[in-house]
Design a protein around this ligand. Structure first.
Ligand SMILES: *Cc1c(COP(=O)(O)O)cnc(C)c1O
Length: 456
């Protein structure tokens, strides 16, 4: 009643494929930010909810005709804002199929195929990143939830050691834990700390060096009540906190080390860049995104915990209807219960790229970043960071001029970069995270930046 599914599912799916292909094919030619008229045209979607439903074909057509032109072309090769990444074609294609399955990947009984694929994929990820093979792992929506999961495991482990059941009793009256972060900690990690009852502000912030790296020599005394949060990949500079030093000190003290490696942890897949992350394998928990640098579709992050039971004990629930077998139950390792089969896309990416392909993806993005830095420096502009990874910070002169140039670059549409305030500087931030970015994309974008900056 009222729900018009359309007469032909096949034709509908084919139309979706045709429209998607047309969208992707047009990416290299289109401007990166949508033009203002496309954004204003979105009001066509803002209608009262209809009493009688609309045909499925018409729903699809409306979405494509109105919303596709208003997208930001993050799926193309010339988006360098935030740290985002595109989506490898194989991950989009396998995602379509997995969407058609509509599996609930939370439980083996609901999705044995997805659970098996995820088991294999998690083994591959641990191997590729050189992390302990027996670690406990969960697929979550992104690094925010992966950070939350790792920190929940830390909270569980440290308080259990003190005889406190935090899952049952909460933090009321619990022994206090000390949380230590670098001064350039990612805001999502502070958010995770807040959600877990640690407080966003009730942390010890450790001074950082000129690249934003936590200074190991400035750490407070660590104890077995301490959680130290370090970064693999500073969101401004790409720099890595000194994991080997921090982990050695933490081990001695019985402290827990959590690594926010949202994008930077993938450096471990590259022989050329692995050294940056040296020592992270000694930590206790890790967060990494697949939707950023691995280039799978939004949204996909991975929570990893050295001792699987710490993560599982923090997440597990039981109910009479949850009858379990011997297999690893995916929902026991994540905050979510029901969820989509996001592991399929990671599986597809790793199978398609292989070890060499992931290393090449990382190395290629880093090479592009170095080219941006070299070209901008040659144009007379100051590069503020050591370009060790895929992130470049450039100043075009005064803060006002830099802001003006960023605005003009965004308006121009050839590429897209955002701004940042970092260590007292106003800078444009370039993040090369998309597998789709080619040498031509970099040269065209660099030429646009230099042309615009010379006139601003
Ligand atoms: C992007 C990012 C996050 C947050 O990840 P989401 O996937 O957006 O939840 C956390 N830490 C760092 C270093 C990041 O770059």
């Amino acid at each position: 009643m009222g729900s018009k599914r359309g007469s032909d599912v096949g034709a509908l799916m084919q139309a979706a494929a045709d429209r998607s292909i047309r969208y992707l094919d047009a990416l290299p030619e289109r401007r990166v930010s949508p033009d203002a008229s496309a954004v204003s045209a979105l009001t066509a979607l803002d209608v009262p909810m209809p009493d009688a439903g609309m045909d499925a074909d018409a729903v699809l057509a409306l979405l494509d005709d109105v919303a596709s032109p208003a997208t930001v072309a993050t799926a193309g090769g010339r988006f360098f804002g935030f740290v985002v990444g595109g989506a490898l074609p194989v991950t989009v294609a396998t995602s379509w199929l997995a969407r058609a399955w509509d599996q609930n990947a939370g439980a083996v009984a609901l999705a044995p195929g997805c659970a098996a694929i995820e088991d294999t994929t998690l083994r591959w990820v641990l191997d590729l990143l050189g992390l302990p093979s027996g670690a406990g792992v969960g697929f979550v929506t992104g690094a925010t939830m992966a950070n939350l999961s790792g920190l929940a495991a830390a909270r569980h482990a440290l308080l259990t050691r003190q005889g406190w059941d935090v899952e049952a009793r909460g933090l009321y009256g619990a022994p206090e834990l000390n949380v230590v972060v670098g001064d350039e900690v990612h805001v999502s990690l502070l958010k995770a700390l807040g959600l877990l009852g640690f407080g966003r502000a009730r942390v010890t912030r450790v001074p950082v060096d000129g690249q934003g790296r936590l200074r190991a020599d400035a750490l407070p005394p660590l104890t077995d009540n301490t959680i130290v949060c370090i970064q693999a990949g500073n969101v401004n500079t790409g720099a890595f906190d000194p994991a080997a030093e921090v982990c050695a000190l933490a081990r001695e003290a019985g402290a827990w080390v959590h690594v926010d490696g949202a994008f930077g942890l993938w450096a471990l897949a590259s022989a050329e860049h692995r050294e940056l992350a040296k020592g992270v394998e000694m930590a206790d928990s890790w967060a990494v995104d697949a939707h950023k640098w691995l280039n799978v579709p939004q949204d996909c992050g991975i929570a990893i915990c050295r001792k699987p039971h710490d993560l599982r004990d923090a997440m597990v629930v039981s109910a009479g209807y949850l009858v379990l077998g011997d297999e690893r139950e995916p929902y026991e390792y994540t905050p979510e219960m029901s969820r989509r089969a996001r592991g399929v896309e990671v599986w597809a990416a790793l199978l398609n790229l292989g070890r060499a392909g992931v290393a090449d993806l990382v190395d290629r993005c880093c090479r592009h970043a170095r080219r941006f830095a070299e070209g901008l420096r040659a144009g007379g502009y100051e590069i503020l960071n050591d370009v060790v990874l895929n992130q470049v910070l450039v100043s075009f002169g005064s803060p006002e001029k830099t802001r003006r140039v960023i605005g003009a670059i965004q308006d121009d549409g050839t590429c897209w970069c955002g701004g940042t305030e970092w260590q007292g500087h106003t800078a444009m931030r370039i993040s090369v995270s998309a597998a789709a970015t080619t040498d031509e994309d970099v040269e065209a974008s660099l030429a646009a930046m230099l042309r615009i900056a010379s006139k601003a």
